[in-house]
Design a protein around this ligand. Sequence first.
Ligand code: 3HB
Length: 330
Amino acid sequence: LNMSMKHLMTSVMAGGLALMMTLPAQARDFRLGLITPPPHRWTQAAEAFAEDVKQKSGGEHSIAVFPSQQLGNEAQMVQQLQTGALDMAFLTVAEISNRVPDFGALYAPYLVENIDQAAALLKSEAATDLLSQLPSEAGLVGVGYGMAGLRQVMSRDKLEGPADLEGKKLRITPFEPIRDFYKATGAAPTPMPLPAVYDALANGQIDAIDMDFDSILIFKFYDRSDKMLISNHMMFPMVGVVSGRVWKDLSKDDRELLKTSMRAQLDAVIDHFQALEKKQEQELRGLNITISEANKDDFADAITEWEKIWAPKAPSLPNLRKAVAEIKGS
Ligand code: 3HB
């Protein structure tokens, strides 16, 4: 071979190699489902995640986001994730706790005292450790936590304290730890996914709702229930997941890309709720709403009842409490 042939062959080989290195193994069009509507921070985070993955994969991968329960409720989305029909989702831990009861530990009433402790707990090792149960117990890879604000109660009729919950048809997110908490207060908990709440309140199907400040503002629930009990009785974690079936066929690089990018967005969701909580409370206090407050002592009996049911079902509870004690001490 003369020099120019050799030169040509080397450059062809180098060109081929460069091409192999820049193209990902397989371009993918992923789908991510969630129940929250477009204005909710979770949906905005999902959109930002999709945009980031598109950019970082040089346009090879895309993620289509389906908000507002378009692909079904959370129970249906979990089934789709298990078969691999759906690739990813941002799910309330509520639905997860229906399948893996240990996650109920995150809903111990007054596990945390405020939103800062909730944020720190969800970023702690104790909470992250729980996620390692998801592949075997639910066929999901738990990438990380997000959250919404702490839970409050709104009602059409008088609501000055826990005693006024007696006999009220009270909307809850469909999961067992919260059902058991409200049953213990004497209320009649009515499970209903977020997108159905406004109409149910408007048509009188329910008297009261369990909700966070942010969604109360987004959906204007105060138009239909103008008594608010600021109770801060529970956290409301979210988890970003990838289908276990989909995950096992992804390259190492693609896994890393999805994990890093999703985690950054989930952390930003936690930071958002932490930063805005006071402002949201102020905004609600400025509206024409009758506000009362309640704390851990006011709910003492219901908490004792809850512990009886959930301490045996949620063995991670002591570990989470220890983490909270460390957070408070630091
Ligand atoms: C709910 O109340 O069920 C809910 C609230 C959120 C997000 C998702 C679900 O802020």
